[in-house]
Write a protein that binds this ligand. Structure first.
Ligand code: NAD
Length: 498
């Protein structure tokens, strides 16, 4: 299939060159607000995956990259960070074009992502090995932390550049080389970002970007014998497939997967603040975020009052063009996701939940031809319903009442996921108790959606394996080597283990 000339045409970036797919095929990327294609993306396949992993492997073992000191790698990362600021608005525009999220949010994200490159740039030369106190006479034993090899970074469509930064910055700081596989729905911003990587002066092949569909190009990247690690963010279903395949080659993995996070409101909470926190947890980003607080657990004594305030606030949310500064809820990113959300709304109704707000597609005139659904609140939900157990990845909130703290913990933990949880209370003692008992990688108390380059992020249970951000996670891209050096003038008896 040849590219439609009306569309913005992109090329992949492999081995420091801008290339088409080996097959010459393209696919189109849609603008979710207009519901129409706007960009043409190379449709990579196994041959392109092989080319990219080989380029990354060449750059790992030959040329300037492995000879660079950690300080030099850090300087390159910081230079990349510097290049982001003047381009962050343009990158955000491309991202909005591709995934329909609010410009206000995406521009804040693209500006903030520079921090990951600064932070890991700074960390690169602070990774120290150890001198081990040897129990063998006349030997010197020390450790080195070395890169795990070629990293395949597979990212989803909801925050393409930020989630790429979470993998790329630490992987490069550790000395790895990287092949990025963007989502087929949102490849453009990552391809635009490659221009900054090129400008920063990373040697060819250190970063490569291969576009296309998961089965065509993602899986061959995972299976490639020269791939050392797979850093995956996406759905639990695909994550399990990738994990299984990586296991066959005994490859390292980190997995950032889905969630069904509880946002828990106690009767001693500051109710107006909690309402805002619940709204931001589920309707920001049109609910298309892994950390969506999609289950509202509210103490029965304030249930009716809280739901009334929540519905009144949510009802005012302004929908429309995601580029407009006053839009609060944008479109859904792609048609399969749009259908999935509508299906879940039908499932919830079939299960007996009551839509006290929304519950259907949005047909407001300001929504045009885009894929919009109404911000939705279901009451009468029990935690056993599918709407309470399965990730919708849309602006759909399930409200579940509870009586006391123990019940809140029990319901909060009664899902297969464990990505995040919110707690709204004025009691400090309760806050600490809840933070200890909730099974999730991130707990927010009287706030929601706070993330930082400084703080580890990741999932308990089926929400993931490993962590991203923060100091400890650079280890996910390193392996430890133990070096023994004999200082003895004579090699002892060879038949006795030392
Ligand atoms: P997805 O699993 O459909 O796709 C994610 C990536 O995997 C895409 O690049 C896709 O092309 C690729 N892929 C698909 N099939 C593949 C295969 N067989 N082999 C290799 N790669 C394959 O997820 P999505 O719909 O793009 O994203 C939404 C999901 O991501 C949600 O479940 C959300 O919770 C999750 N997510 C998690 C986090 C986190 O940090 N925990 C952050 C954002 C999104």
């Amino acid at each position: 299939m040849s590219a439609n000339p009306q569309l913005v045409k992109y090329r992949m970036w492999i081995g420091g060159e801008w290339v088409d797919a080996a097959s010459g095929a393209h696919f189109s990327s849609d603008d979710p607000f207009l519901g129409k294609p706007w960009a043409s993306i190379p449709k990579g396949g196994a041959e392109d995956a092989d080319r990219a992993v080989r380029a990354a492997h060449r750059a790992l073992v030959t040329g300037p990259w492995p000879k660079m000191t950690a300080s030099q790698r850090g300087a390159l990362l910081r230079r990349l960070g510097d290049l982001i600021a003047p381009e962050s608005k343009r990158l955000a525009e491309v991202e909005v074009r591709d995934n329909g999220k609010l410009y206000a949010e995406m521009s804040a994200q693209t500006a903030y992502m520079a921090q990951w490159y600064y932070y890991f740039g700074g960390l690169a030369d602070k990774i120290e090995g150890a001198v081990i106190p040897s129990d063998k006479s006349d030997t010197f034993n020390y450790t080195r932390h070395e890169p795990v090899g070629v990293v395949v970074a597979i990212v989803p469509w909801n925050s393409p550049l930020l989630l790429t930064a979470w993998k790329l910055a630490p992987a490069l700081a550790a000395g790895c080389t990287v092949v990025i596989k963007p989502s087929e729905f949102t490849s453009a911003s990552i391809l635009e970002f490659a221009k900054l990587i090129e400008q920063a002066g990373f040697p060819p092949g250190v970063v490569n970007i291969v576009t296309g569909f998961g089965a065509d190009v993602g899986m061959p990247l995972v299976e490639h014998p020269l791939t050392g690690k797979v850093a995956f963010t996406g759905s639990e279903r695909t994550g399990a497939l990738v994990y299984q395949q990586a296991a066959k080659g005994l490859k390292r993995v980190t997995m950032e997967l889905g969630g069904k996070s509880p946002n828990i409101v106690f009767d001693d909470a500051e109710i107006d603040n909690a309402v805002k926190g619940v709204i931001s947890g589920i309707f920001a980003a049109t609910g298309q975020t892994c950390i969506a607080g999609s289950r509202l657990l509210v103490q029965r004594s304030v249930h009716d009052q809280f739901v009334e305030k929540l519905v009144a606030f949510a009802r005012t949310a302004k929908m429309g063009n995601p580029m407009h500064a006053d839009t609060q809820v944008g479109p859904v990113t792609n048609p399969p996701q749009y259908r999935k959300i509508l299906d879940y709304m039908a499932i919830a109704k079939g299960e007996g939940a009551k839509a006290v707000l929304g519950g259907d597609k949005a047909t407001r005139p300001e929504c045009g031809e885009g894929w919009f659904v109404e911000p939705t609140i279901f009451t009468g939900v029990s935690n056993r319903m599918r709407i309470a157990q399965e990730e919708v990845f849309g602006p759909v909130l399930s409200v579940i009442p509870f009586d006391d703290e123990d019940e809140a913990v029990a319901i909060g933990n009664d899902v297969v996921y464990g990505l995040a949880a919110g707690v709204w209370t004025q009691s400090m003692r309760r806050a600490f108790r809840m933070a200890e008992q909730l099974q999730a990688g991130t707990i927010w108390v009287n706030t929601y959606r706070a993330v930082s380059y400084l703080s580890p992020f990741g999932g308990y249970k089926r929400s993931g394996i490993g962590r991203e951000s923060g100091q400890e996670m650079i280890r996910e891209y390193l392996q430890t080597k133990s070096v023994w050096i004999s200082l003895a003038s004579e090699v002892p008896n060879p038949f006795i283990m030392r």
